[in-house]
Design a protein around this ligand. Sequence first.
Ligand code: SF4
Length: 317
Amino acid sequence: MNKMEQPASQRPPENPGPPEFFQGLRYNSISNYLKDHFGSKTIKLSIDGGFTCPNRDGSKGFGGCTFCSDSGSGEFSSDIDDQIALYYRKWPEARYIAYFQNHTNTYAPVEELRRKYFAVLADPRVSGIAIGTRPDCLPDDVLDLLEEIGRDHFLWVELGLQTIHETTAKSINRCYDLAEFDRAISELSKRNIRTVVHLILGLPGETRDMMLESVRYVASIPGLFGMKLHLMNLVKGSTMAVEIPDHVSFPDIDSYVELVTDCLEIIPPSVTIHRLTGDARRDILISPVWSFNERTILNRINDRLNLLDTWQGKRSI
Ligand code: SF4
């Protein structure tokens, strides 16, 4: 029997109720966590550190992950000052986390990384940094630098795993295996570095059970700081848009919302949730066409959690 098909009698016991720290939500959103942690609204700024990607230049692979557009999954990056100017009028007291998002943000000599990270941390408006990278781009000197930053600054590292299934990983040209991911998790954990893992729901060829299996695998990482569940958006400029132009990850919003609800139930309440939707810009989004309205998707997820009287971690181990 597939381990995702446990009969009800073998399921872990239900938690007694939504923990208080969910603050009215039924999942542990990163925005609530940051508000608690810093004592005021905290906004993530998308930073382009000028890095490239080893999965495009041949050092790990060519062509990039097939779902990724040319911009390296950072469609919204712009200057820090411009972004803060946009937020300042509405939230003059806000604090900011600078998110190195475009491409692979540990893919450079360690002294260059040090210079770029500390330049951003020197900005008094910035309360911490988040760094998006690949598990196979964390050599020891970079891990040591991250550990050093984490001792004095608020830091988390984001790893794009997308799936635990090797067949899918090959088909999307991820160019590293699960053992590499496990090694990175272990090294980051040894150094007490907060880690966020990305998964994509709706990759070509994946069944519902396969997606839940990936979620369960990541959710069982001891001490994991956060997870991002991305809705698979087919976007212009990606290899997938050329190879599988008809791919539609979920036919409608209901099927996606049902799956996300099931995912949340198996994620421990301590894990912060950083994303439950896709983030493709509307002008490059090909499918699913219903997915451009992030607020509607989040409202529907909240509605379903309320309707079923369920919450993040209700069935976590
Ligand atoms: S998803 Fe990340 S690792 Fe993959 S091609 Fe894009 S930037 Fe590179």
